[in-house]
Design a protein around this ligand. Structure first.
Ligand code: 5GP
Ligand code: SF4
Ligand code: MG
Length: 469
């Protein structure tokens, strides 16, 4: 999911809508915005679909007045069952003795089921099926006197991954879990003193509104922002961070800065590592666009094999993976990608993609590219085999549906039906992401559980439900 908040700006809702639009790649199912204005109080709008189709109409935006607001773009993850209802769409709102507050959450709370069960037994009435709603109910039960302190109390009970943006009538609050699994950045807009502040999942959302990138919120940090400025605190114990390495591979936008590094540069460097680890003789290096493009550029630069757009992407389709049903996902590949026949015919082609999950994308692409007359097809993947599900906010399917959990690399190659298939090593990936020495097995610098099976936080709800590590 993507989250965004702004304070101390005129018509905050417009900034929030623009920020969410820049974060649309993080969730395309639905979006919501809440604002506060002294005369109108808290106002909200929650809609299915894209930001640009909802939060651009003047009629709707006029209903969201005020100089403070937060928003959320949603994609449903592991925890959520069945279709999304509009009441599952964030931000969530609650009334407290000291006034209303709203929250928007990116990540996944791995003990949410246990918390929910306990709260329901003690009388809480849940409105949604979302793990994030726990936060509001836990805040309601806290005896602290400020929203920020209540939010701390609530989040201290939550395990797993959370970047949270909250708002009250006057304050914008940002928090990251102690491992810093999901990103969150701070930006500044307008003149010093009277200027505004923004919080966003990624820096690309600052660029769109012309805000300056101030810094990342640190893992385990809370910032409370109002007219007087930013106050930082450390509500959680300090541990070494475990930023999601898949954000670097796929999830974040390549024009964002993560952990002080350009995501584009990390991805290009993964391609360089791949070319060193898995060279092959070929005529062309082609990306599976858009997610494979920076790595394909790196592979081409390092190998000296010319880069070419052998597959063309229809710009009017969203991200395939985010389509909930198998059937649509199957068609999705053809609706979204087409082979550039004139270029491919008779050529030995290296295809670079970011990941193989179920194998649907690679299989379809192989078919299309052989139909177009390619002589050889070599797949190079810019991440290690995805062998474990993510429980921290990325929607990977259950283990049995992960191709790499069922097959060896050679079996996958034969299943997909290509001449060769190679994945970047975990060390190669770490090097590309800035860990010069590679992965430190005693204390990995990132979360890489979907590749290694080493979960930095035991997914307690899933274990309770019978998941075996
Ligand atoms: P597959 O077709 O193998 O199931 O999925 C791999 C494709 O899905 C890749 O092209 C990748 O770009 C895309 N993808 C989109 N969203 C996600 C996601 O959340 N996780 C993973 N692992 N891949 C995703
Ligand atoms: Fe990211 Fe994978 Fe860890 Fe999930 S399991 S947080 S996708 S690295
Ligand atoms: Mg892709």
């Amino acid at each position: 999911c993507g989250i965004f908040g702004a304070v101390n700006v005129q018509d905050a809702a417009n900034f929030v809508a623009l920020g969410l639009h820049a974060l649309q790649h993080r969730g395309q199912e639905a979006g919501g915005i809440i604002t506060y204005d002294d005369s109108r109080g808290f106002q909200s709008a929650h809609r299915f679909g894209l930001v640009r189709d909802n939060f651009t109409s003047a009629k709707l935006m006029e209903t969201l007045p005020g100089s403070i607001g937060i928003g959320h773009v949603r994609y449903s993850t592991a925890g959520s069952k069945g279709a999304t209802a509009i009441r599952d769409v964030q931000p969530f709102f609650g009334e407290f003795s000291m006034g209303g507050a709203a929250i928007a959450h990116n990540g996944n709370i791995t003990n949410a089921n246990a918390i929910r069960k306990e709260l329901i037994e003690r009388g809480s009435i849940f409105q949604s099926s979302s793990d994030s709603e726990c936060i509001i109910h836990l805040m309601a039960r806290s005896i602290q006197r400020t929203h920020a302190e209540r939010l701390k109390d609530a989040l201290r009970r939550c395990e797993g991954a959370f970047s949270v943006i909250a708002m009250t009538r006057t304050k914008l609050i940002g928090v990251r879990d102690k491992l810093g699994v999901r990103p969150l950045v701070l930006g500044r807009i307008g003149a010093e003193k009277e200027g505004g502040w923004v919080l966003a999942s990624e820096t690309c959302a600052l660029d769109i509104i012309g805000a300056d990138f101030v810094r990342e919120i640190e893992p385990g940090e809370m910032v409370v922002i109002d007219k007087k400025g930013v106050v930082s605190s450390r509500p959680f114990e300090r541990v070494s961070p475990r930023f999601c390495i898949f954000e670097q591979v796929y999830f974040s936008r390549p024009d964002s800065i993560l952990g002080g590094r350009s995501v584009y540069e990390t991805r290009r460097q993964i391609g360089v590592e791949l070319a060193r680890e898995a060279p092959v003789e070929a005529d062309l290096v082609c990306p599976v666009p858009d997610s494979g493009t920076p790595a394909a550029i790196g592979y081409s630069q390092e190998s000296g094999i010319p880069f070419a757009m052998g597959i063309i992407r229809n710009q009017y389709m969203g991200r395939t993976f985010i389509e909930p049903s198998e059937q649509i996902r199957n068609m999705g590949v053809r609706l979204k990608l087409n082979v550039n026949r004139a270029l491919i015919a008779g050529k030995r082609v290296v295809l670079v993609d970011d990941s193989v999950v179920r194998g649907t994308t690679s299989q379809k692409i192989k078919e299309m590219i052989l139909e177009a007359g390619a002589k050889e097809v070599h797949f190079r993947i810019a991440s290690p085999p995805t062998t474990w599900p993510c429980f921290y906010g990325v929607d990977t399917p259950e283990r049995s549906k992960l191709l790499a959990a069922r097959m060896t690399e050679d079996e996958m190659r034969d299943f997909i039906g290509v001449d060769s298939l190679k994945f970047v090593s975990l060390d190669g990936l770490y090097r590309a992401a800035g860990a010069v020495e590679g992965r430190n097995p005693a204390q990995p610098q990132f979360c890489d559980a979907c590749f290694s099976g080493e979960y930095p936080v035991a997914p307690s709800d899933m274990i309770e439900a019978g998941f075996e590590l």
